[in-house]
Write a protein that binds this ligand. Structure first.
Ligand code: 5RP
Length: 290
């Protein structure tokens, strides 16, 4: 075990200074092979370097939660406004038309449900990811969970080993648990661990001090939306995250549980890609909701 004496918290994050290896529009990807870059470029818009990912993988632990009862009725009409979709293979194959022509970030680990202990996940077969022509594989990492930390770290690095063989990028998804802190120190640690283990994208949560989380992560960080907020607050969350260094959002409930989901995802898109302020984004949301 490493000597943990005198473990010092990082302080010099070079905030505001761009990463010196930034010659490609996706952070940390300049040295990757062509296939990886091509897939990452499908997810992150080459003009803005940002992405609005629509997450609707919640059913794999929660079942038909609010907004996801009917993927065909409630989610498929939103896909045209997303830069990328994140879902499980079961939903992709059963409910997403194969001609939507959007990059797919496939939920590539699976395990227990909300009825039991979470995080006891295994990886799906890489060949299924290849067959489904996905642009990235999402794998959850449960840092600080004494029962499943090692198993989920192993899932992530195995996914990276397999993804590297076929040039499929991996997104590390940092879990939150009841016993885990939700601050920059925790998310900074969890995000960095994802990147250190080879993740090409990290999905985490916005928090106070997020600029340090993003600065210390050598690959793009996208934020989850978390529980449903009033639309203006959710747009503020997106705006603040982008201003503090996020490369986009991977949002679910704040889109599909909105009263006007299509208006909401378009407003999120405008904040992320066009720099609309939360007020401007909210005006757009109200206009599009009419
Ligand atoms: C869970 C996930 C979810 O997709 C994620 O939480 C995004 O959804 P939301 O914006 O509803 O939080 O990755 O592991």
């Amino acid at each position: 075990m490493a000597d943990l004496d005198d473990l010092r918290e990082g302080a010099d994050f070079g905030l505001g200074i761009a990463s010196s290896s930034q010659t490609f529009h996706v952070k940390g990807a300049a040295n990757l092979p062509w296939g990886m870059k091509d897939r990452l470029s499908r997810i992150f818009n080459p003009k803005t370097g940002k992405s609005v990912m629509l997450a609707f993988d919640h059913g794999f632990i929660m079942g038909p939660t609010s907004g996801l009862e009917r993927i065909d009725l409630h989610i498929v009409p939103l896909i045209e406004y997303a830069d990328c979709i994140m879902c499980t293979r079961g939903i992709l194959q059963s409910s997403v038309p194969a001609n939507v022509n959007k990059p797919i970030c496939l939920r590539s680990d699976a395990g227990t449900s909300i009825l039991t202990e979470l995080n006891d996940n295994v990886l799906i077969d890489i060949e299924d990811a290849i067959r489904l022509n996905v642009s990235a594989m999402a794998v959850m990492l449960s840092i600080g969970d004494s029962a499943y930390e090692a198993k989920t770290v192993a899932n992530l690095y195995k996914a990276v080993d397999l993804g590297s063989r076929y040039n499929i990028p991996v997104m590390g998804v940092t879990a939150v648990g009841k016993q885990m802190a939700r601050d920059a120190r925790y998310f900074g640690l969890a995000s960095r661990l994802c990147a250190e283990n080879g993740a090409n994208i990290v999905k985490t949560y916005y928090c106070e001090g997020f600029e340090k989380v993003a600065a210390a992560c050598p690959v793009p960080v996208v934020i989850a939306g978390g529980k449903k907020l009033p639309e203006k607050e959710a747009l503020e969350l997106c705006y603040n995250a982008i201003n503090d260094g996020a490369a986009g959002v991977d949002m679910g409930r704040n889109v599909f549980q909105s009263d006007a989901p299509a208006a909401m995802i378009q407003a999120v898109h405008a904040v992320v890609h066009d720099g609309l302020t939360p007020d401007q984004g909210h005006e757009l949301f109200l206009d599009l909701s009419k």
